[in-house]
Design a protein around this ligand. Structure first.
Ligand code: MN
Length: 333
């Protein structure tokens, strides 16, 4: 059992013919770009491949080269030799795709979320990777499969978006070396960054305006939170996907250590997103208390309950984490 994980997964790809590349609901740049990059690779290898996301390609990421590969799952179930789930921390995050798989011989789970539930037959989980795109890149490189300009562009977007344009603490020297390689392989950094970070729909900015009007600060301005309500979406004309990255605006306040966004979801569920700027405060743990998870600096949960009650409970838990971090910083070693 000395075979590396990338050659083990490489063998699965070589030995099978029909593939599904699945990704999580409410897709972000990392999952969509990984799905496309892996789908392109499988296609180049002569495989029969479907790339399904429960929500399809989002408007924001429709600029990705070969974005048209990503489809919503069809109504009829289909059989596959091998199914890949990428960037997907738990099996239910592939949503209705689960019902559309008539059969599969092997399920390969490729992800970088520490909270991954290891639902695959093969589980390649590396919480140290900044993005699932790093893992897809390593799979291609180790198996000597080509990094075409289109694949390079997709993987660059995967990494740029999951690192907040190389600003978050998950950005390692390895991440930057890989980004350089991808630029050498044909990723256009200015063009891709403009699409990812400088092309907001007006509706998103109007949604931000409404959200910021309700900005709430607590714990000596170390906790910032906002709500995104259905009424705000209606007034602003924003799409659900436009909420991605809104949290960065309140995270960026100098005094803030933890940022939280609360959102009204369907069926009495409140969605929360959390960001931490302190290595003493692990928001993955805070989210886990409410049945969610993620990474140390970025996590989320879906919480059933009355909005005000959920907000009170979550802010109280964050407050405790912020205060105990302050206490441990003050106490002698
Ligand atoms: Mn990711």
């Amino acid at each position: 059992m000395n075979q590396s994980i990338t050659s083990q997964i490489g063998d699965i790809i070589r030995e099978h013919q029909t593939f599904l590349v699945a990704g999580h609901i409410r897709p972000d740049g990392d999952v969509l770009a990984c799905q496309i990059a892996l789908g392109l690779t499988l296609r180049t290898l002569g495989k029969t491949v479907e790339v399904w996301n429960p929500d399809g390609i989002s408007h924001k990421y429709s600029f990705l080269p070969h974005a048209d590969l990503v489809r919503r799952p069809p109504s009829q179930a289909r059989a596959f030799d091998a199914v890949f789930a990428v960037d997907t921390a738990a099996h239910d995050r592939i949503g209705n795709i689960r019902d559309r798989i008539a059969s599969q011989k092997v399920l390969v789970n490729v992800d970088h979320h520490a909270s991954n539930t290891r639902f695959g037959d093969i589980n390649w989980i590396e919480p140290g990777a900044a993005a699932s795109g790093e893992l897809v890149h390593r799979l291609l490189r180790d198996n000597h499969w080509p990094i075409t300009p289109a694949i390079a562009a997709n993987l660059f977007v995967a990494i740029a978006t999951d690192t907040g344009s190389f600003q978050y603490s998950n950005t390692t020297p390895q991440t930057l070396r890989l980004a350089a390689e991808l630029v050498e392989a044909g990723a256009n950094i200015a063009e891709l960054s403009r699409h990812c970070f400088q092309s907001y729909p007006l509706g998103r900015v109007r949604l931000l305006q409404l959200a910021l009007a309700g900005l709430r600060l607590s714990a000596d301005n170390r906790i910032a939170s906002v709500w995104l309500t259905k009424e705000m979406y209606r007034q602003s004309g924003a799409l659900p996907e436009d909420s991605e990255g809104l949290i960065d605006h309140i995270r960026a306040i100098d005094s803030v250590l933890v940022a939280a966004v609360f959102e009204q979801d369907e069926n009495g569920i409140v969605r929360i997103s959390l960001r931490s700027k302190s290595n003493q405060i692990n928001v993955d743990k805070i989210a886990a208390k409410f049945g969610g998870g993620g990474h140390m600096a970025a996590a989320g949960a879906r919480i059933p309950g009355e909005p005000a009650a959920v907000e009170t409970a979550v802010l109280k838990t964050i407050d405790q984490a912020v205060r105990s971090a302050a206490d441990s910083a003050a106490s002698p070693r």
